[in-house]
Design a protein around this ligand. Structure first.
Ligand SMILES: NC(=O)c1ccc[n+]([C@@H]2O[C@H](COP(=O)([O-])OP(=O)(O)OC[C@H]3O[C@@H](n4cnc5c(N)ncnc54)[C@H](O)[C@@H]3O)[C@@H](O)[C@H]2O)c1
Length: 294
């Protein structure tokens, strides 16, 4: 039987690299790592391969749809026409300020120049496009289905005024996972999010390293524990798993504030009727009950 296949974006460093390595060494996967950084991605891929054909490096910008789509195609074919796991993980820090005009004013109109929203392209749009592509390939498996994992952040659950764009993109990912999981369940696809606190990776700003209390750094092993929770429980879906030092915390959606809010959000059949062209099944058959917690 062929070995299971994963595609990990941002797999050349940090959390993505640790996940790729664990899937290979512990779960017998073959893993394609997609990364924009060619040098690092190639070096890590060669190291993990060591003659075993366990790793394929694909240099691509996840934020460019056609590059990501091509990487999916290459990974699927390399895997012998299968894909079992997609980790949408590549991410960057804030690319611009919403507090001042870092780019100055347009000379002709006198209006502020547009924000640089590269962070939205990488942290949010690339993830949505990646999930869209993953669903396509997961459904092509001989037994359709598989696992999707998204790296959000603790800033997907709690705000940080210094990183408002990052906070916005990471909150969006948590909402997306919670919204889609009940429908993907019917397609034999699980979708979960990691919400790490600070883990020392190449993303950690150089200036903060000497100032940060090392006792407040989450070890990479906590991300691996979350991965193990996902790999060993096929029913686990719709979860946002906070990684806080050694702890995994299964975060719950906030409770409904009013009876009206609850009523509005739970009119599933009515919403399904009006959203019918966008849903996979006839109205009334889409929403699986998913427990909100561990
Ligand atoms: N390290 C943390 O403390 C922390 C905390 C919460 C969330 N996260 C999230 O974890 C994810 C992984 O970050 P990390 O900490 O491992 O950082 P990292 O910088 O070590 O790794 C990120 C990798 O993504 C790659 N990448 C960036 N943009 C890309 C693009 N457009 N296309 C393809 N590859 C791209 C980088 O080259 C890098 O190899 C990110 O989404 C980040 O927001 C990290």
């Amino acid at each position: 039987m062929s070995r299971p296949i994963a595609l990990v974006t941002g797999g050349g460093s940090g959390i993505g690299l640790a996940v790729a390595e664990h899937l290979i060494n512990f779960y017998g996967y073959r893993v394609a790592i997609l990364d924009i950084n060619g040098e690092r991605g190639q070096a890590e891929s060669s190291r993990m391969n060591s003659g075993s054909d366990s790793c394929l490096f694909l240099q691509a910008d996840a934020a460019e749809y056609h590059q990501q789509a091509k990487a999916f195609q290459q990974a699927f074919e390399w895997g012998g026409n299968r894909l079992d796991f997609f980790h949408a993980n590549a991410g960057i820090g804030d690319s611009d300020s919403v507090y001042k005009e870092t780019n100055g004013l347009d000379e002709t109109t006198g209006l502020p120049k547009p924000l640089d929203l590269r962070i939205v392209d990488v942290n949010l749009n690339a993830v949505l496009q990646g999930v869209h592509l993953a669903r396509h390939f997961l459904e092509k498996n001989s037994t359709p289905g598989g696992r999707i994992l998204i790296t959000s952040s603790c800033l997907g659950l709690y705000p940080n005024h210094c990183l408002p764009l990052y906070t916005a993109t990471k909150h969006a990912l948590v909402g997306f996972v919670r919204a889609t999981a009940p429908v993907y369940t019917g397609m034999n696809i699980t979708i979960n999010a990691l919400a790490p606190n600070l883990i020392e990776t190449n993303l950690m700003p150089a200036d903060i390293r000497p100032l940060w209390d090392r006792g407040q750094l989450t070890p990479m092993n906590t991300a691996i524990k979350a991965l193990d929770a996902i790999m060993t429980n096929k029913q686990l879906t719709g979860q946002t798993i906070e990684l806080a030092l050694d702890e995994l915390v299964f975060s719950k959606a906030p409770p409904y504030s009013t009876a009206n809010t609850k009523w509005m959000c739970e009119q599933h059949e009515l919403w399904e009727q009006v959203s019918q062209p966008l849903l996979p099944k006839p109205a009334g058959q889409n929403v699986a009950k998913i427990s909100n917690g561990a």
